[in-house]
Design a protein around this ligand. Structure first.
Ligand code: NAP
Length: 179
């Protein structure tokens, strides 16, 4: 395999990733989740995300591939905007490789970015943090999810748990899954 893609996602206990499009996880996720998130960002060659996720935490110097139907091309030296409609994950790597090879890709969401990788069977690993908060309304992990149990949403899509632990006394749960 030339590229490996890890989905790192924090969810509420009812399987939502945000209350609204401008609701960045740092406003509700635990310090322990944030530490693991930054570990994954540091380990990745490129992070892939949608426009809203990019804008909710704009980091001009991070290597990012940003999905959008409206903006395209290099807008900063290490930030490439693309409409991925008829592309594959390997195409993404080809677009950015001259600036930095894409071997480890980090999928950062939101919902339709998760959908894009799932539809291409290209989510190799999942680092799932479930925070002890309930949103009731908000953005789902995947567009077509029906239940509200975050772990079950991944298990029903063929992922398997390889490790699990409690991150803190508040009840934040952390799972590593593989396809
Ligand atoms: N809890 C978590 O782990 C987590 C993870 C990720 C995001 N979030 C949060 O979720 C919120 C944003 O999520 P979101 O679902 O609204 O948005 P998003 O995916 O970040 O942004 C949506 C926009 O990105 C573009 N886009 C996304 N997928 C695309 C695709 N497959 N093809 C073409 N364009 C695509 C489109 O832009 P155009 O309109 O330009 O076409 C779309 O309007 C933020 O608050 C963010 O912080 C949380």
């Amino acid at each position: 395999m030339d590229q490996e893609f890890t989905l790192t996602v924090a969810t509420s206990s009812d399987a939502l990733i945000a209350r609204a499009v401008d609701d960045a996880p740092q406003s509700w996720a635990s310090a322990e989740e944030q530490a693991l998130f930054f570990r994954d960002v540091e380990a990745a060659d490129w992070a892939i995300m949608g426009k809203n996720t990019h804008l909710a935490a704009d980091k001009p110097h991070r290597r990012r591939i940003i999905f959008s139907t409206k903006s395209k091309g290099w807008q900063r030296p290490m930030q490439f905007w693309v409409d991925p409609f008829d592309l594959s994950p390997a195409d993404l790597a080809r677009h950015v490789s001259a600036r930095h090879p894409l071997r480890k890709g980090l999928i950062l969401g939101g919902t339709r970015v998760h959908d894009w990788f799932l539809a291409r069977n290209a989510i190799d690993r999942v680092n799932l943090t479930i925070e002890p908060v309930t949103f009731v309304n908000g953005l789902p992990i995947f567009s077509d999810q029906t239940g509200s149990d975050p772990l079950a949403i991944f298990l029903s899509r063929g992922f398997k748990v390889v490790s699990e632990r409690m991150l803190n006394d508040a009840g934040t749960r952390y799972f590593e899954l593989i396809k």
